[in-house]
Design a protein around this ligand. Sequence first.
Ligand SMILES: Cc1cc2nc3c(=O)[nH]c(=O)nc-3n(C[C@H](O)[C@H](O)[C@H](O)COP(=O)(O)OP(=O)(O)OC[C@H]3O[C@@H](n4cnc5c(N)ncnc54)[C@H](O)[C@@H]3O)c2cc1C
Length: 454
Amino acid sequence: MKLFIHRKDLRTEDLTAFDYLHEAGAPAAHLLILDPFLLKRGREKEHSGVNFLRHVNRLRSRYEQAGRVLHIAYGAPEEVLSHLLGRLEGGPEEIDEVVAHRDFTPYARDRDRKLKGAAEAHGAAFTLLVDTLMIETERFAEFTGKDGFYKIFAPFHRKWLEYLAHAPNEPSSVALGDLREGRIEPEWPSRFDLPFDLDEYEPADEWKEKLEPFLEDGIAEYGEKRDYYPELPASGVNPHVSAGAVSIRELYARAIRREGSDEWVRQLAFRDFYQYLAIYDKDYFSYEKKYDLSALTDEHFERWAKGDTGIPVIDAAMRGLNETGLMPNRLRILCAMFLTKNLQCPFTLGENYFRRKLLDYDNIQNRGNWLWCASLGANSAPYFRVVNPVTQSEKYDPNGEYIREWLPELRDEDAKKVHLPRPDAVVDLKASRAAAIGTYKSIVNGRQEEAEPE
Ligand SMILES: Cc1cc2nc3c(=O)[nH]c(=O)nc-3n(C[C@H](O)[C@H](O)[C@H](O)COP(=O)(O)OP(=O)(O)OC[C@H]3O[C@@H](n4cnc5c(N)ncnc54)[C@H](O)[C@@H]3O)c2cc1C
């Protein structure tokens, strides 16, 4: 008997592991472990945790509808696995292989090392499969013939397109109902009980309800309109993508059939690119240690987080985020640049804040984008790029609709004045921009000197 463990792949169609189990033809039991480490500090009440748990509830219903069982336990993954394998060992339901999808964060790598140890201690194999990228990274490396890895997105993107034309990665038709069912009786001890009632989390909405109208009406205009955030031309599908409720192959396959989908598909390449960097760039998760960030300060962080900086577009974006867990991409860039550059805060503070607040939080994507905005890391904006939130707000939201929605005190303000810094603004935009360029020049050059060959 096999055991499949769900992680950020909360769906029942098009999973690499389902193909693998189908091919093996052996019965499999299905388990989802809610890891206290990932839900710590009240995360189950924050937007990112709520989004995940709503998708867990949806997944459980999917299993029920298919007449199948999804076992759910709460605990350190290796302890849960050890308990289960130990209980079934030597009996007719003995597990000989544990299967899961690979994840590339440092925490996930460490967790998987422990899971492998737990599986092997009970005589079971531990198999990790790649499910979350369009490209198979090792084959991609062979295909490109490149020495080292791509550090810049544009050439990566060109090769990515060439590679997928050469090695298409179609969605699979294998679904839960096609797999042989393995029945087990885990008899979980009470320590693995969920500390909350999953039914308090309404099952997540269906991703198709967002994607289909977008593919029908929005995709061809995406490149042109994406940044004009009050019109919201983006798909809004990402909270489902980050929970794995829809596969990346499915998104790609549905998109490329449409006219004018290049720019949207390019964003899927961006998502792959950050995962690729997380695999190949050994500093991806430790850039804060590579640079000397001691000149930065957390002085104004709280005002930024509360949406109380006196810069209307920043405050509107942050208040909207705090309330809904949503923030359009252009506003994420403005808020991240404002925090890291004008306020000279370490990017890790903003990164951690988004970890709790974003509905579509994803560790690798969030870090890659924060590094870009902070001009740190392999692929980033130049250190002197400091966007002006006022002129950006005037450009992308001329009537200040977003500001009016989230800042009631400015609801009736004149369309010209609505964008302007308030008298109590936390910094002067011009002076803080100049200061940021000086600081980041030293930070970035400091690292370059250090990296120079001896
Ligand atoms: C500071 C900052 C933090 C971010 N944090 C996250 C995060 O935690 N999780 C996350 O998935 N994205 C993050 N992004 C990227 C981007 O903002 C979101 O993916 C996007 O807003 C999702 O919008 P959408 O659902 O309308 O998808 P669309 O705009 O319709 O895009 C379709 C798909 O393309 C991918 N995509 C789009 N933009 C990007 C991008 N810039 N980088 C990588 N992939 C992209 C997503 O997978 C998305 O599902 C961040 C961006 C910034 C600037």
